[in-house]
Each structure stands twice: as structure tokens, then as C-alpha cells.
Design a protein around this ligand. Structure first.
Ligand code: GLA
Length: 739
């Protein structure tokens, strides 16, 4: 029973493996936040945070002439705009009479022994208890139901809010965020993940000072530029020590995450749908469900926080047959052929791939309609039989005959002006009447809020997917939204369209994935432009970045690892010189980096040297051997890439300490240089471990304690395998517990 209600003290306590979340109903009925952090020994924090007094912070009406109580200072569970708390808020509404100051007070609560499904939205699933607290406006029947689902093993609380209009008249939601966390202290940092196309999720750590720091998206998707995952942590927090709180939004559209330090030097973090561009008309009797935010706490540093997210998301977010199943090693033809392919060329690539042990061919962009380049044909999801003679069924038979599976690329949310679909339905794209539309990659965005649009795309995709024995789909999305106007919505509801777009995409995903449960869906948006926890509910893996340069990938995958499991990170070995950067790296280095993800290849394997082909065979074998360690093991970042960029080092350790895999890549070789010492993690202190390189060379035997406490010096770059490749040298070292 992780959820307790103390009737006398009016406190709710949510207990997890290492933490406690506590809140209370105060004397006026307001729901105050008390604590989310290390355990409380079964006790209550009530009385420890009594309201202070501050000039220019008003008292609510219920307090009469008492000046010493103000919502402006008290920690809140769901702060509301307009009623005396001037800090960042979760909700802003305009009631029918124009009033904008609801006062939410406790009405009731109930405890459920399950995780409610949020209709039309992604959500965590699995065994848990859920606390539902209903708050009601003191003056009207506007209700807010706060949901807290407790995933105790991972110190995770899934939060969301359902706003129910029982006021008897329509209301307007101006903001409806998912969660708020008040910590009445200062001295925190915000870690967030910024980026751009081919450079996603760069780690930035910023001290939180007075005022607000917010990261957000108004691009219609979660975006490459910011990620809906942030960490609040003690200024002194490291990988191994300190308090930290993760905020991860299960949502793929416009979002905001805001950290604020207020006049009393308290910190507040809010997260949810971005109010910019959002407005929702809620009729009497209707409700609005916010997306879910997964809050995780660690008092043992940022590394433990990441490991909790990894396990939570792998087991309680990703769904379906493929969530935990071993993924096939794939070859994707994009960087091998771009648009220049036909069925014979694909089969030749597959023949070579299957000889080397690769398990699946993915046919990327260019198999449909008149798609000979990226200026046309999006929306025409009909096989181009000049390129794929005999259709997909025939191609699939040829690929299956090689013992390989077949996968296919789609970009369902898009339309090209030069397409049959556009000629038939020029009004199906997002556009405002009488105005021009912005093009991105020369394409327009379909109005996914419309059922007729979704049905048409669904039917085309259904026909193709039923025409062959497909094992995989890559679901791409290659531009951000503009001209967000829908012919289906009245003028005063256009503010709903960004969110309705996301709901439409989720509905189409849900439908197709339900119809093809055997298919592994991989998400993509110009690489990792929609790498968020919302999408992971539908796709257990997402193409992490269009940048396949292993050295660039080190930083991208490092940033991604803070909030997302390794099993979700699409990573491929591509050609050298690299197509995005021109950088030359060894085949070995490319393999070591891509193996820390859902492994595959993205180059013409026929063009490899015999030695490289042997390396492919060895890499596939090694990936299979290490699969469970990489995907189910504990992941440790051993060097901080924000502090130095010479070397990247990370480790996977089996939960029982029986095995580990150490990965090291030189990003910058320096002269007269002492490589750093790595303190390994997750080993059994008094057991002995044999260290062996992936080329079979034995390095030595040491105890777990020696490797963790004294450390292991990074080998010199010129000692790497294959010999001579000192630029961007990579080491993959296996640790085996031998007694
Ligand atoms: C996006 C994807 C790539 C590839 C191309 C095809 O950029 O991220 O992997 O599929 O589209 O156009």
C-alpha cells in the first residue's frame, strides 16, 4: 500500500522504494505540497512549512482580515492563475462571466489499485496504485481531478490533471499543465537538453536564479531544439550523489518546462502543454485531460535517476510485443542509396547483409508514388512498381528467402503539393484561407485533427502493410508546423488545433499498431526531433539523430541517456567519411558507438573491404552476446561530457554484478597526455573480474572494489584495436566475474 491518507492531519503520503511524496489539505482546503524526497520515516511534515507573511502577497478571502496567510508563498500542488499566487501556474481559465480567479479547494479523494488509461493519450502502465484528488472552485462547480500513480520500485509518480466543467456554462482553458513541484529552497541547477537537427539533446546545466528559466516548443512537435525532459538538482549533485528530480512529459507536441526561483527564494518547476498557442473551449459537462508527466526522484545522484527512468520506461511505458523483445540488427538503405534504388539493388544489399549476419532490411524513403527526390509524392502511399517491380509482396518474399525480415518507411503526417493526394484534396493541409503556406523540405503538413484525413492515410498504409509480411515500420515526420488552422474548427476553436493534431497522430498510431501488433514501429522526425516519452508509448525505439558520425553521436547519445533507455535509441554504423560531417573514423569505433543503442547499419555493405566485412560479422555476434547487458543492465556515465570532450566512457553492468561492458572512445587525441582514471560501477566489491578486450586480448584480473575505488586508467589511444587507428580510438572491454 504505497498511498496513505492521515485523516487527522489531512496528509497524503505516497511511499516509494527510496522516497516519499507528501501533501496536505490545509485549514482553508487548499492542497499544499509538503515533500518529494528521501523518506520521512513514516512521519508527517505538516507544520514544518507554516505560511509566513510578506508584504504585497495577498491573503485569500476565506482568511478574512488575517494578513499572515498567502498562496503566494505556500507550496502548491496545482497552482492556478489569478487567485493570489503570482508564480508560474498550472491552470488558467476564463469562466463564462469573464472571471479568471478560481480557487481550487479539496473536495474528495479516492485510491485506485490500478493505473487509469488516459483516453487518447500515452501513459505509464502496469501494477500501481493511483490517488485521485478532486479539487473544486470555491465559487463554482469547476473541478480539477489530480491523478498520482505511484511506481514505487522506480521512485516515480505519474501526474496529470483532468479539468471538468460543471459550471453550467462553457469555459475557456488558457493553460492546462500537467504537474508542479515546489521545493522551498534555493541553490538548484536545471539540466536540460537543447539541440538542432543533427545535434539533438546537448546537455546544458544552468543555475536557477531569481526569475524563470523555461525550455519549450511551439513547433507543433516536441522538437530537436528542446526536449520535454528536465532535471532539477542540487547545485552540488553529481552522477553519484545529491538530490535530483526528473520531469518527463509523455507528450509529443508543444510543451513547456519552467523552473522559477521566487521572492522567498523557493523553487518551483512546472511542466505541461505550452500555453502559447493553446486555448480550449470546454462545454458544460466536458472534461479536458492533460498529458501525463513522470516525476522521478533520486537522492543518490543523476546516474541513479537515469537508471530509474530507464527501467520505468522500458517496463512501464513501451508496450506491445517488441517492448522487451530482442530487436533485429537492421540494414537501412537511406545512406546507402538515398532515392536511387530499385528492387534488385535492395535485394543485392540484403544478400550481402544476410551473409554478414544482419537480420532485417529497411526500405527507407523513395518506394512510393512519384518519389524520386524529396520534393514530391508525400501522401501517395502506393508502391511505385517501376522501382519495386512486382510490389512489396514480391520484394518481401525475396528478402524473407534470404532469412531476413523486411521493414518500410512512411511519413504519414505530410503531403507534397506535387502529389495525387494534394491534387485531390488541396484543403487537407494546415493552412489559413486566403493566405500562403510555409514550406519545409518543400512539403506541407496534413491536418491530422481531421478524421477524414486520418482515415485516408490509414487506408493507404493499411493496404501496403497488409500486402506483405512486414516486420518493421519507420514512422518519420520531417518538418515542424506552421499555418496551424483547420477547416474543421470554428474560429474560436483554432487554439485547440496544436493539441488536436497530436491527439490525431496518437489515434492513427494506436489504430495501425493495434492492427499490426507484430510490426516493430520505430519513431523518427528528421532523426531525433520527436524523441519524447509520449512517442515511446507507441514506438519502443526512435531514430536518435540523422547525424550518424560516431563522434557527434557520442554527445547526442550521452544527452539522450539522461532520460531514455538504451533500448529506445536507434543507432547505426554508417560510411566513412561520414555523410553529415566528413569525419573519418574506424569501422570499430563506429561499431562501439552504435552498439549502445538498437544496432544496425546504414551504408552499402557491398562496398566494404574484406576486413570490414569480417568486422561486421564480429560486431553482430558481439551485439547478440551483449544484448541483455546493454538493454537490461544498469547504465553508468563514467565521464562528464560537459566538463571535458576528450574522451567518452560509459559502462553497462548486470544488476547482479556478474558481468559488465566498458566502452571508451577518444574524441580528441592530445599530445603528452595522461588518460584519465575511470571509477567503474555496479561490480561486486570482493569478487574478481577478468577484463578482456573485444579482440580477445586479456587485460588482467582485479577485484570489483579495486576497479571501482582505485579505478581503471583509460588505455592509450595508440593501444587500440585495430592497430594504428589512433584517431577516435575505441575500446570495448568485457568484465567477467570469475570468483
Ligand atoms: C529523415 C530521416 C532519415 C531518412 C530521411 C528520408 O531525415 O531522419 O533517416 O529517413 O528522412 O527522407
Amino acid at each position: 500500500m504505497p498511498i496513505f491518507f492521515d485523516e487527522n492531519k489531512k496528509t497524503f503520503t505516497l511511499e516509494t522504494a527510496h522516497a516519499a511524496y507528501q501533501m496536505m489539505v490545509d485549514r482553508d482546503g487548499f492542497l499544499l505540497h509538503l515533500h518529494f524526497g528521501d523518506k520521512l520515516g513514516g512521519g508527517s511534515c505538516a507544520g514544518l512549512i507554516d505560511a509566513g507573511y510578506m508584504d504585497f502577497s495577498p491573503a485569500p478571502d476565506i482568511e478574512g482580515t488575517n494578513r499572515t496567510y498567502t498562496l503566494d508563498l505556500l507550496p502548491q500542488e496545482y497552482p492556478v492563475f489569478g487567485a493570489g499566487d503570482y508564480r508560474s501556474h498550472c491552470m488558467a481559465v476564463t469562466l463564462a462571466d469573464g472571471a479568471r480567479n478560481p480557487e481550487l479547494i479539496y473536495a474528495s479523494h479516492r485510491i485506485l489499485d490500478e493505473k487509469p488509461v488516459l483516453e487518447g493519450l500515452p501513459g505509464l502502465h502496469g501494477a500501481c496504485e493511483t490517488l485521485e484528488i478532486t479539487l473544486r472552485d470555491r465559487w463554482t462547480d469547476l473541478e480539477v481531478v489530480l491523478l498520482y500513480s505511484v511506481f514505487a520500485e522506480y521512485d516515480a509518480i505519474a501526474r496529470s490533471a483532468r479539468i471538468v466543467n460543471r459550471t453550467g456554462a462553457p469555459i475557456r482553458l488558457n493553460a492546462a499543465l500537467s504537474a508542479c513541484l515546489d521545493v522551498p529552497e534555493s541553490g538548484f541547477d536545471l539540466i536540460h537538453f537543447w539541440g538542432r537537427h543533427v545535434m539533438e539533446r546537448q546537455v546544458e546545466r544552468t543555475p536557477i536564479t531569481h526569475g524563470k528559466i523555461s525550455v519549450d516548443s511551439v513547433r507543433g512537435t516536441s522538437s530537436h531544439q528542446h526536449n520535454p525532459f528536465v532535471i532539477l538538482c542540487d547545485h552540488m549533485a553529481t552522477e553519484d550523489a545529491g538530490r535530483c528530480w526528473g520531469f518527463s512529459l509523455l507528450y509529443s507536441g508543444n510543451f513547456v518546462a519552467c523552473a522559477e526561483e521566487d521572492q522567498s527564494c523557493s523553487c518551483r518547476v512546472t511542466m505541461g502543454i505550452n500555453p502559447t498557442g493553446f486555448e480550449w473551449r470546454l462545454e458544460n459537462g466536458e472534461s479536458f485531460q492533460t498529458p501525463e508527466a513522470a516525476l522521478v526522484y533520486s537522492g543518490e545522484g543523476i546516474g541513479a535517476l537515469s537508471r530509474r527512468y530507464h527501467k520505468l520506461y522500458r517496463r512501464n511505458l513501451c508496450r506491445g510485443e517488441w517492448a522487451l523483445k530482442q530487436r533485429p540488427v537492421l540494414i537501412n538503405n537511406w545512406e546507402a542509396t538515398y532515392f536511387d534504388f530499385d528492387d534488385d539493388k535492395l535485394v543485392k544489399i540484403a544478400e550481402q547483409a544476410s551473409e554478414l549476419g544482419v537480420e532485417m532490411l529497411v526500405v527507407d524513403d523513395g518506394w512510393f508514388g512519384n518519389r524520386f527526390d524529396d520534393n514530391r509524392a508525400l501522401g501517395d502511399w502506393i508502391v511505385n512498381t517501376e522501382k519495386v517491380r512486382g510490389g512489396m509482396g514480391k520484394l518481401c518474399e525475396r528478402i524473407n528467402a534470404l532469412g531476413m525480415k523486411l521493414g518500410l518507411w512512411f511519413e504519414p503526417e505530410m503531403i507534397s503539393e506535387d502529389s495525387e493526394l494534394y491534387r485531390a484534396h488541396p484543403d487537407w493541409c494546415l493552412h489559413a484561407p486566403g493566405r500562403g503556406t510555409s514550406r519545409g523540405r518543400n512539403q506541407l503538413v496534413l491536418d491530422m485533427s481531421r478524421k477524414d484525413v486520418r482515415d485516408c492515410i490509414h487506408d493507404m498504409m493499411y493496404t501496403v502493410l497488409s500486402s506483405a509480411n512486414f516486420a518493421y515500420v519507420k514512422w518519420d515526420m520531417n518538418r515542424h508546423l506552421t499555418d496551424v488552422w483547420s477547416a474543421e474548427l470554428p474560429a474560436d476553436r483554432q487554439g485547440e488545433l496544436y493539441h488536436r493534431f497530436v491527439l490525431g497522430v496518437y489515434e492513427l498510431l494506436e489504430r495501425l499498431e493495434g492492427e499490426f501488433p507484430q510490426i516493430l514501429f520505430e519513431g523518427c522526425s528528421g532523426g531525433g526531433g520527436r524523441f519524447d516519452a509520449g512517442m515511446l508509448y507507441y514506438h519502443p525505439q526512435i531514430w536518435c539523430s540523422d547525424d550518424t558520425d560516431p563522434i557527434e553521436r557520442l554527445e547526442i547519445q550521452y544527452g539522450t541517456s539522461f532520460g531514455y533507455p538504451i533500448s529506445t535509441v536507434g543507432a547505426h554504423v554508417s560510411a566513412s567519411p561520414n555523410h553529415q560531417t566528413g569525419r573519418v573514423t574506424s569501422f570499430h569505433t563506429r561499431g562501439v558507438v552504435a552498439m549502445s543503442g538498437t544496432f544496425g547499419y546504414e551504408l552499402d555493405l557491398r562496398k566494404l573491404s574484406e576486413d570490414e566485412k569480417e568486422q561486421v560479422k564480429a560486431q553482430v555476434k558481439q551485439y547478440h552476446k551483449q544484448y541483455s547487458l546493454i538493454n537490461d543492465g544498469d547504465y553508468y556515465r563514467l565521464l562528464d561530457l560537459t566538463a571535458q570532450k576528450d574522451i567518452s566512457a560509459w559502462e553497462f553492468a548486470a544488476e547482479d554484478g556478474s558481468r559488465a561492458l566498458l566502452n571508451i572512445v577518444y574524441m580528441h587525441v592530445r599530445g603528452n597526455f595522461q588518460p584519465p582514471v575511470l571509477h567503474l560501477r555496479g561490480l561486486t566489491p570482493d569478487a574478481s573480474y577478468r577484463l578482456t578486450e573485444d579482440n580477445g586480448r586479456e587485460i588482467g584480473v582485479w577485484t570489483g572494489a579495486a576497479l571501482m575505488n582505485a579505478g581503471f586508467r583509460v588505455p592509450r589511444s595508440n593501444a587500440c584495436y585495430p592497430a594504428g587507428a589512433t584517431d577516435y580510438a575505441a575500446f570495448q572491454i568485457e568484465l567477467e566475474r570469475i570468483g
